[in-house]
Design a protein around this ligand. Structure first.
Ligand SMILES: Nc1ncnc2c1ncn2[C@@H]1O[C@H](COP(=O)(O)OP(=O)(O)OP(=O)(O)O)[C@@H](O)[C@H]1O
Length: 472
């Protein structure tokens, strides 16, 4: 029988045995399916799929290094639209059933029966066609279409909040007004500033100045430069960084640390586009676009007289607030994958596949240091990793945190605490009410992942599962 299904993307055969690959390919070709690619090293599968779209995978389960059984959950999670047909030996139907339960589309037994394979492929592709249409429609509806997506390439995200920020940036990038970028440390403020610089249409340099720890002299000298002989040791005139940024962008980081005098000079720069080099009374003009960033709450600094209100209003002509990673947890798996890729390349190691626990636990982790902390964690884990799945053992820091979180000192009863408990439950709650609340909160936090929720609750997964199925 010749297949009736037309598909543009190839079928991918994954098997460590070159003879099986050759025989399967020939069999498929003889039935009119010539669009087939093969892969014999299972460790390369995820990486391969990232740059080579395929329509379907036929996956051998027993392979050295990373088995099909280990890869299956990763494929289902990271490439949910891809049908996976697993190949098992005739005497291992238990495994086949487990694979179907885990999300495989179908299974075929070895040695391969071509007719059975073709039926399975046709069925999988038909089902997939429908779900692709659905997905495309959903993506189109959700798609917040960016006009210049390449400007945001360095930022890995699936978060709607971040996409909304990107759209806002496209709108304001060409304005002459300053942009204030706020957000906790490590959320990506500098990356956002660079994207604005790129989209601003200004061809000059992107120059970064960190205001932290600069007293007024250092600030003025760094930014505005000095005239020869302006102070002892100034043997040469110096161009400040604002001149280096001529026709381009000046990114002033840690603006919340700027001292009072420098704030006045910055205000003048914004209002008049003018400045004096140190020791000079000849005014200079600038056309550099000013972007500023801080992880501090400027309104609090204003309230404590540490930041000028007039400067604040000038700076926040356009304000971008980047949410912390804990408010866009949907980004964690994709960032994890991105950093695994980067780390394995830079450490010259094969890219490891994280275990489900790693993904689930990272997805609920607090990440006070935001993306930078995740980045460091993953690099450290890849450095420790040797073979197989990347398990929790490689994440020393995360492990420590999960364990210690179980021994944290409990808050002592206090009037305030009691009052808030009363307020929350409407009266003093029973143990069961508190338990129910904690379970539903953990399930919420882990998006319904029972394994991670059980870890958070410090109980066995089976206990949680029993509680959920039998709440009484
Ligand atoms: N969405 C992202 N995708 C990929 N990498 C990211 C993303 N966000 C941040 N990073 C990386 O995280 C690290 C911290 O980012 P960045 O320096 O831009 O943060 P920041 O908010 O400016 O931090 P700080 O307040 O400490 O200066 C960098 O290595 C950056 O490349």
């Amino acid at each position: 029988m010749k297949t009736k299904i037309n598909f543009q993307l190839p079928i991918l055969l994954v098997d460590d045995d070159p003879v099986v690959l050759e025989v399967s390919m020939t069999a498929l070709e003889s039935e009119g399916i010539s669009n087939v690619v093969t892969l014999s090293d299972s460790r390369k599968l995820v990486h391969f799929l990232e740059s080579n779209p395929v329509s379907l995978i036929i996956l051998d389960l027993v392979m050295p290094h990373v088995s099909g059984m280990e890869l299956l959950p990763v494929l289902i999670r990271d490439f949910p639209h891809l049908p996976v047909i697993v190949m098992t030996s005739n005497d291992d139907l238990d495994t086949a059933v487990r694979c179907i339960k885990a999300g495989a589309t179908d299974y075929i037994t070895k040695p391969m029966d071509v007719e059975r394979l073709l039926l399975s492929v046709e069925k999988a592709l038909q089902v997939n066609e429908l779900s692709t249409e659905n997905r495309n429609l959903r993506e189109y509806l959700l798609n917040d279409r960016l006009e210049y997506p390449s400007a945001f390439e360095s930022m890995v995200t699936t978060s709607k909040k971040m996409r909304a920020i990107f759209q806002y940036i496209e709108v304001i990038a060409k304005s002459d007004q300053p942009v204030l970028i706020t957000g906790e440390t490590g959320v990506g403020k500098e990356l956002i500033a660079r994207a604005i610089g790129e989209l601003s249409g200004k061809r000059g340099a992107f120059v970064t100045v960190n205001a932290a720890g600069l007293d007024d002299n250092m600030f003025s000298d760094t930014l505005f430069g000095h005239k020869r002989g302006a102070f002892t040791g100034a043997d040469q005139a110096r161009e400040g960084l604002i001149s280096t940024a001529a026709g381009g962008t000046l990114f002033l980081d840690e603006i919340g640390d700027l001292n009072e005098m420098s704030q006045v000079k910055l205000l003048r720069l914004i209002q008049e586009n003018e400045f004096y080099p140190v020791g000079s009374d000849i005014i200079k003009r600038t056309d550099a676009r000013l972007l500023v960033a801080t992880n501090q709450d400027l309104t609090k600094l204003i309230a404590s007289n540490k930041f000028r209100k007039d400067l604040y209003y000038r700076l926040c002509a356009h304000h971008i607030h980047i949410p912390p990673l804990s408010e866009r947890r949907e980004d964690i798996p994709i960032l994890l994958d991105h950093f695994l890729e980067k780390a394995s390349k830079s450490l010259n190691k094969p890219k490891p596949v994280p275990s489900r626990e790693v993904v689930a636990l990272l997805s609920t982790y607090q990440f006070d240091g935001n993306v930078r902390e995740l980045h460091a964690m993953v690099f450290d884990a890849v450095a420790r990793y040797s073979t197989g799945l990347l398990t929790l053992e490689s994440f020393a820091g995360l492990f420590a945190n999960v364990n210690t979180s179980l021994d944290v000192a409990l808050p002592q009863p206090s009037k305030e605490l009691d009052e808030s408990i009363y307020e929350f439950f409407g009266r003093f709650p029973t143990i069961k009410e508190v338990e129910d609340y904690l379970i539903s909160s953990a399930m919420n936090l882990t998006s319904g992942n029972q394994r991670s929720a059980a870890m958070l609750l410090g109980i066995a997964r089976q206990t949680l599962s029993k509680r959920l199925s039998n709440p009484a």
